[in-house]
Design a protein around this ligand. Sequence first.
Ligand code: BES
Ligand code: MN
Ligand code: ZN
Length: 499
Amino acid sequence: MSVKLEISFSKSARLDGVTAILLKASGDGAAAGIADVDPSGVYERAAKVRKFTGKSLAKLDVVAPHGSSVDRMVVLGLGDAAKMSDHDWLRAGGTAVSTLSGVESAVVYLDAAGVDVSGKQAADFALGMLLRAYKFDSFKTSKKKDEDEDDSKVKTLKVTLVTAAASDAKKAFVDAEGVAGGVLLARDLVNLPPNVLGPEEFAARAKAMEKLGVEIEILGEKEMKKLGMGALLGVAQGSSRPPRLVVMQWKGGKAKDKPIAFVGKGVVFDSGGISIKPAGGMEDMKGDMGGAAAVTGLMHALASRKAKANVVGIIGLVENMPDGNAQRPGDIVTSMSGQTIEIVNTDAEGRLVLGDALWYCNERFEPKFMINLATLTGAVLVALGSHHAGLFSNDDALSEQLLAAGLQTHERLWRLPLGKEYDKMIDSRFADMKNSGGRHAGSITAAQFLQRFVKETPWAHLDVAGTAMGSPADEISQSWASGYGVRLLDQLVRANYES
Ligand code: BES
Ligand code: MN
Ligand code: ZN
């Protein structure tokens, strides 16, 4: 059972019957709040026995400390607290929440002895808690025996974060909660099974963001046909489920300001089509809408925190299936741009969806920039694994902003090259281009394909095939779907594009 986390900030808290978590910097100083929690000096002995010194993310756990009103005391090490990055604060919050399985009420002493925690750091700690507490288990009806028995009974976990910076923290947390909501929405969308989340169902979930003030338009097959989106429609034609193009607008900036735009690949399931994929691991292709999920989560985050920017989000939602009406290798389709594409591999479908979505975005909105996110190529996994997404861009300034946001949020990017020699690799004998340049430089030729649909607009493509899903568990995520991209792009907007 997923627990609902209720977080509040305060300068003090009631301690009877709670689990108390105390943060402690490494070194000799005591943890702040220790005198309240541990009147009879249990800590010193326990620390000695466990050789606990407050190393980063080390834990010392004492149940029912003698002479104390708390049920349990957990001291959590921070290492060199003065040197902690934003991401370290998230990790600390995530680790704190990992000690609270089966607990209903907890108090965290945030002010590590010797360091003043800022409101932002306290809010980051809380954000880490929210991200770690996420569990996708709504499809499990029976609990496995190996799971913690207590877990099933607890529905809500109330946590009071005690800090001198409580009032600043509360303000910063309003934003953090919006961002967490966006990340968790993206994770849900990616984790959901493909029978439950088709293009229409995905679009309906995007539409639900109207209540946050996001304007939503949903284009169906007819509208897309009229626009000439032959590339996107070609992918959709092998599935019995019709495609959707969702246009989301958040108008938080000045009316006359051009928008910034985010475009996502939303292949709700990628079987490969007629160029069908091998069976092993094909179930992972339910996550082939990770780019669209990140764009949707980002819009949720920006609207929730009322970002002062005009932002467009566009997602192309299709299913890539091999029925009797499916497109074939050898087919030539005409994209909205007028450019023709020879389909040489129906499994290179993401670029077809994005080509039309990017062109449409550029024509209609003339945005300041376009950033697209896509689980585009297996090759980016070979190159970068799951710790960096691939970054491709025609604009150095935009790239620098993205790389900086990546370091800040720890949703990291690595820039890879574009160039005319690579572009040439997708020239076709029969049409303006073909949809695959073969195995060599697979991620780059995919990016070159996209670039043919962006003209001179500053543009970046993030290949998130390795980072959006199948991510290794860490302090802030135990989920298959990471929600990668939401925090990254929220930070990009926050740092550079809010008036
Ligand atoms: N959705 C896949 C890419 C992918 C692979 C995402 C593994 C996540 C994990 C994409 O549509 C695809 O099939 N790409 C092909 C391109 C090839 C046919 C040119 C690939 O990467 O093999
Ligand atoms: Mn594919
Ligand atoms: Zn795909």
